[in-house]
Design a binder for this molecule. Structure first.
Ligand SMILES: N[C@@H](CCC(=O)N[C@@H](CS)C(=O)NCC(=O)O)C(=O)O
Length: 232
């Protein structure tokens, strides 16, 4: 059976990582038989999660997982899209994964470190938890600075986030899914991002910006129900 290694549940989500949640969403969409396993990024080929295990093969990266599902299992949620739609999906996917993602990271690790510490490191003995958290938080801050997002003020960061969400909401419009009535892979990406922004009990300006778009909130609910994404 296929096994999907992800960051284990937290914040009431099947996974508190947009990439892991996207991969779970893709597996749910595929209808393939699979199980979810808690992973440890230190032990994976690219030191990141998610990873799909298919027999002897370990496939890291949510995008490569989709490619593998297409090639090895005949699951292609994008088969009905034309070249223009594929280009639009790719651009929005990169916006969500390479830009909006970092605003989520900022909202958690820079602005709500205490809550993140208790949610993500509850398995670490209380005496060591602050120390372990501060080591990881240092790496995350450095990554944020390297990427560039960490060089902006909080107001600037959240303005970027609000602009991303506005663009997504504008394109989405009153459709059921990103490209109409049929869910495609960009819907899995969008669900992974939106659920991670909206569902945790963290009140952030990014969450407020997402909640201001009724069409995105309704989509998140619709997708979760159709593909049974709840029950962390
Ligand atoms: N491009 C990758 C990104 C995966 C990713 O960034 N995963 C993060 C969690 S959201 C991770 O594993 N971080 C662990 C680390 O950097 O040590 C994908 O699409 O799967």
């Amino acid at each position: 059976m296929l096994a999907l290694q992800v960051f284990p549940p937290a914040f009431g989500l099947k996974s508190p990582s947009p990439f892991s949640l996207k991969a779970i969403a893709l597996m749910q969409m595929s209808g393939l038989d699979y199980k979810i396993e808690p992973g440890d990024p230190r032990k994976t080929p690219k030191k990141k999660l998610p990873v799909l295990i298919d027999g002897e093969k370990h496939i890291p990266d949510s995008t490569h997982i989709l490619v593998h599902l297409k090639k090895a299992h005949g699951f292609d949620p994008d088969i009905g899209l034309n070249a223009e739609q594929l280009a639009i999906a790719e651009a929005f996917r990169r916006m969500m994964e390479e830009h909006l993602y970092w605003i989520l990271v900022y909202s958690r690790w820079i602005e709500n470190g205490d809550i993140v510490r208790e949610a993500f490191f509850s398995m670490v003995p209380a005496l060591m938890r602050k120390f372990v958290f501060s080591m990881v938080a240092k790496q995350v801050k450095s990554a944020l600075y390297g990427q560039g997002m960490g060089r902006h003020t909080a107001a600037e960061v959240y303005a970027f986030g609000a602009a991303d969400l506005q663009a997504i909401a504008n394109y989405f419009g009153d459709k059921q899914y990103f490209f109409g009535e049929t869910p495609t892979s960009i819907d899995a990406t969008l669900y992974g991002s939106l659920s991670n922004i909206i569902d945790p009990q963290l009140d952030t300006p990014l969450k407020q910006a997402a909640l201001s778009h009724d069409n995105l909130v309704a989509f998140k609910q619709r997708f979760a129900e159709r593909f049974e994404m709840k029950d962390a």
